[in-house]
Write a protein that binds this ligand. Structure first.
Ligand code: PEP
Ligand code: MG
Length: 574
């Protein structure tokens, strides 16, 4: 597409394919992830952003209180009146605003002050005061969510077809989006970040890395977003529009055709590679398995905890897990225990790591530090297992000691349930996500005690190369398969197969058709991906020969640069 009269083209990186047509909707104040980003340039502007967010939350409390008052009477309505009062508390606001004037981001200032509050709560014995502190912590959480822009997508609901433009999008915001959103054009974020993963899961075109996108567009302008080429066209000419409509119709027809093809995912010489689905939620995703997946290879259970003010109880977690287990039975469903941290901060009621979201208390470390919470979570998973073919896996495991701790807690939860008379059947398979180099390097020991491995290449790449997965240029780094990752995958597969344990890949690399011959050649047994990629991957597998893939992988293992591997992969393309 060219720049022509009235037509303006902005370039970014396409991370979720498809053509989106609609009017630009600028997501105001889309915020930033607390604690991870640089301090703001102008504290005065940041102060105004904080006050605006606080006033919006305050208004919502008042409206909700009025609603509850009407529905349930004065006693309950008062609950949120207390929230509103605390939110406007002078001392609290002064503390937050002082930190912002000192150059802190609003989210960081709010988190700091509310963390101090929860520290103080630990010293309080009086139950009434304790409860007040809990209310205060909830309010802090709501403020941070508001500043992150997590709820803002609701604002789009009645605006017709829109392309949402934002500085940054959190996965929280995306988890519940209105259906009239036809595309996302965002300044920050990377192709393996959770926002991009969700956009692909929902089949919404997404382009990241458009510089100053909020300033470069005009609210309400007609636009076309191409998630494959990474272009956002403002004021498209009639020709561009016509082309785009044609492209979109062709894409929909191709997707329809692919959906109906359910041939076995095996190579020409008979090696079957199981194709499984990655899912995030049960309520937004169609769990009816339209692409004939062999099961669920990764259920990102932490998404059940988003958009909430209280933690889901065991019963609620159990019902959600059971729903998926039953929908897929007898196919397997691998539930990953919650992976808070990184770009998925824990919900209200659980403290986030103050020091570092990415390399502090993340994944299994977070759960081991919150044992009571973890036990409830494991009980729900174990109970779901009784009615389905369920396995559990732990995220961000660095080595044997941590895995053993997790397994001990799993066993403890199982024993307790059985002592309570709950029938669970045979022991649940417990696997490890290989996402950090230390797990890959100690795969030999881990393979003795784990039932399976699932390689999370999104994080494995991040932690091996030291590159933030939210960086828009991430996709340029060796096409996801530099020599270091290749060697680690080989080591993991070899170690697992020696102990007759299967290996899956569940990161975004799993649906990269260029990398596919190498993954198959290295011996990967299963690939788990967003369902929309299954048809294309199935077709690609059927065109390959396992013997040729093995040969190719052996050649690739001798190469020393990402470019050499890329050239080899290209030469193997049909
Ligand atoms: C991964 O790290 O590759 C993975 C699948 O886990 P997540 O993307 O949820 O961090
Ligand atoms: Mg991960």
């Amino acid at each position: 597409m060219d720049d022509n009269a009235g037509c303006k083209v902005l370039k970014g990186v396409g991370v979720s394919k498809g053509i989106g047509i609609g009017r630009i909707f600028i997501l105001q104040d889309s915020g930033s992830l607390a604690g991870r980003k640089a301090a703001p340039d102008k504290p005065e502007a940041e102060l105004l952003r904080y006050r605006a967010a606080r006033d919006r939350v305050w208004l919502r409390f008042r409206q909700d209180a009025a609603h509850i008052f009407k529905e349930l009477g004065p006693g309950n309505g008062n609950i949120l009146d207390v929230h509103a009062l605390i939110l406007k508390d002078q001392v609290l606001n002064q503390e937050i605003e002082l930190l912002i004037q000192d150059g802190k981001k609003a989210e960081v200032a709010v988190e700091t002050v509310f963390h101090e509050i929860s520290d103080r709560q630990k010293l309080v014995k009086n139950e009434y005061l304790k409860e007040r502190f809990t209310v205060a912590r909830d309010i802090g959480r709501q403020l941070v969510i508001e500043l992150l822009g997590a709820h803002r997508l609701e604002a789009v609901k009645d605006k017709g077809d829109v392309i949402v433009v934002a500085r940054e999008l959190t996965p929280f915001a995306l988890a519940e989006h209105p259906a009239n959103i036809k595309g996302f054009a965002v300044q920050t974020g990377g192709p393996t970040g959770h926002a991009a993963i969700l956009a692909r899961a929902y089949n919404i075109p997404m382009v990241l890395g458009i510089q100053d996108v909020e300033k470069a567009v005009i609210d309400g302008a007609p636009a076309v977003l191409n998630g494959a080429t990474g272009e956002l066209v403002l004021y498209p000419s009639p020709e561009v529009l016509e082309d785009s409509l044609r492209l979109r119709a062709a894409e929909l027809a191709a997707a329809d055709k692919a959906r109906t093809e359910n041939a076995s995912p095996e190579t020409k010489d008979g090696r079957r590679v199981n194709l499984l689905m990655n899912i995030e939620t049960t309520y937004n995703l169609n769990i009816s398995n339209p692409h004939g997946a062999d099961g669920v290879g990764l259920f990102r259970s932490e998404f059940l905890f988003m958009h909430r003010e209280t933690l889901p109880a065991e019963e609620e977690q159990f019902r959600e897990f059971e729903k998926v287990a039953k929908a897929f039975f007898p196919r397997k469903v691998i539930i990953r225990t919650v992976d808070f941290g990184g770009d998925k901060p824990p919900p209200a009621g659980l403290e986030a790591d103050k020091a570092s979201a990415y390399s502090g208390l993340r994944g299994i470390r977070f759960c081991l530090a919150h044992e009571e919470f973890f036990e409830t979570h494991l009980r729900a998973i174990l109970r779901a297992g009784a009615g389905g073919n369920v396995g559990v896996m732990f995220p961000m495991v660095p080595g044997l000691e941590t895995f053993r701790k997790a397994k001990t807690l799993l066993k403890k939860a199982k024993d307790k349930l059985e002592a309570e008379g709950v029938k669970l059947g045979k022991a649940m398979q417990a696997g490890i996500m290989i996402e950090v180099p230390s797990a890959a390097l100690t795969a030999g020991a881990l393979a003795r005690e784990a039932d399976f491995f699932s390689i999370g290449t999104n994080d494995l790449l991040q932690y091996t190369l030291g590159i933030d997965r939210e960086d828009p240029s991430y996709s340029g780094y060796g096409l996801f398969l530099p020599p270091s990752i290749l060697q680690l995958v080989q080591l993991v597969v070899e170690s697992a197969h020696k102990k007759k344990k299967p290996v899956a890949v569940c990161g975004e690399l799993a649906h990269n058709t260029m990398a596919l011959p190498l993954l198959i050649g290295l011996g990967v047994d299963e690939l788990s991906m967003d369902a929309s990629h299954i048809p294309a991957t199935r077709q690609a597998i059927r065109a390959l020969s396992y013997a040729a893939c093995r040969e190719l992988a052996q050649k690739a293992l001798l190469l020393e640069t990402p470019a050499e591997i890329r050239d080899l992969m290209k030469s193997a393309l049909p």
